[in-house]
Design a protein around this ligand. Structure first.
Ligand code: MF3
Ligand code: CO
Length: 286
């Protein structure tokens, strides 16, 4: 079952997702050569707890940290460590939180200092692919329309989409129905309806699509060793379109801006409930 949230629930989802976006923005600003991913993790956990929230990933199927920090060929689920970032790296930071019973989830890939042109293009294409996916979100659309749009855009750019991890519904659990693959044929799968809340999260490899999980049981890397990027937003189906919940504040969210949403400016929240074949058996989603 895919849950449609009430206005009151959407308010709570907006709050936690805004918090996640705000902390992620702070982490992004910290990223520089010499900074370790454990440094980022510590700040992330501190900020969440200061806000009365809890890390959503920590303890999830035994995951040991607040953020996932995936460097270069690491796709997702990199475990923060004393590894220092180096100029030219790309770093994917993924963070989830729980506040007042509801979950938020957001990810971004950032350059460390100056990165080469290829890496920069991978980041641009992956972020744009996320927005192409979000542009599909409206009541009546089908879940597979999202992945089909992501895949078409990514492959036209010459990159590949990771199959083993998927986006997901999100609400009172980190992972709810539906699963949202980043590939597929349009017009398949469940129909979207007002009040559904989705975490859309394309993972894009510079080279081939294949991934494998390292011996730590978490870190997914590209099989061919090529770079990989990951962007994620949590969005709600609303007012005939969608609204991104993972924006640092409401002003930003309601700005028309060049980007976002086929339906133009983001829809305001209206004045007011889950799993299948797990591509990723453990922490099955991206
Ligand atoms: N954003 C990812 C997801 O939606 C991160 C999960 S990491 C885990 O699932 F540790 F929680 F598994
Ligand atoms: Co997610």
């Amino acid at each position: 079952m895919i849950v449609c949230r009430s206005a009151a629930e959407l308010e709570r989802l907006a709050r936690v997702n805004q918090l996640v976006a705000r902390v992620l923005r702070e982490l992004r600003a910290m990223v520089a050569p010499g900074v370790t991913t454990a440094d980022l993790d510590e700040v992330a956990e501190t900020r969440l707890r200061e806000a009365g929230a809890e890390p959503a990933f920590k303890g999830y199927h035994g995951y040991p940290a607040t953020i996932c920090a995936s460097i270069n060929e690491q796709v997702v689920h990199g475990i923060p460590s004393s590894r220092a970032l180096v100029e030219g790296d790309i770093l994917s930071i993924d963070m989830g939180a729980k506040l007042d019973g509801f979950f938020g989830d957001c990810a971004v890939t950032v350059p460390v200092g100056q990165v080469d042109e290829e890496a920069a293009r991978l980041l641009k294409v992956t972020e744009e692919a996320l927005y192409r996916g979000i542009d599909q979100v409206r009541a009546g659309a089908r879940v597979s329309d999202i992945g089909a749009a992501v895949q078409a855009y990514v492959e036209a750019a010459g990159f590949s989409v990771v199959r083993e991890f998927v986006g997901h519904g999100i609400g009172t659990k980190l992972h709810e129905e539906p699963q949202i693959p980043n590939y597929g044929i349009p017009g398949r799968g469940p129909r979207l309806a007002e009040g559904m809340v989705l975490a859309i999260e394309p993972m894009v490899n510079f080279g081939k699509a294949g991934v494998k999980v390292l011996g730590d049981g978490w870190t997914a890397v590209t099989r061919d060793g090529s770079l990989s990027a990951h962007f994620e937003h949590t969005v709600v189906v609303v007012n005939g379109g969608s609204r991104i919940l993972t924006t640092p504040d409401t002003d930003e969210a309601s700005k028309p801006g060049p980007r976002r949403s086929a339906s133009g400016p983001q829809a305001a929240l209206p004045p007011s409930r889950t799993m299948a074949a797990d591509p990723q058996s453990l922490g099955g989603r991206g």
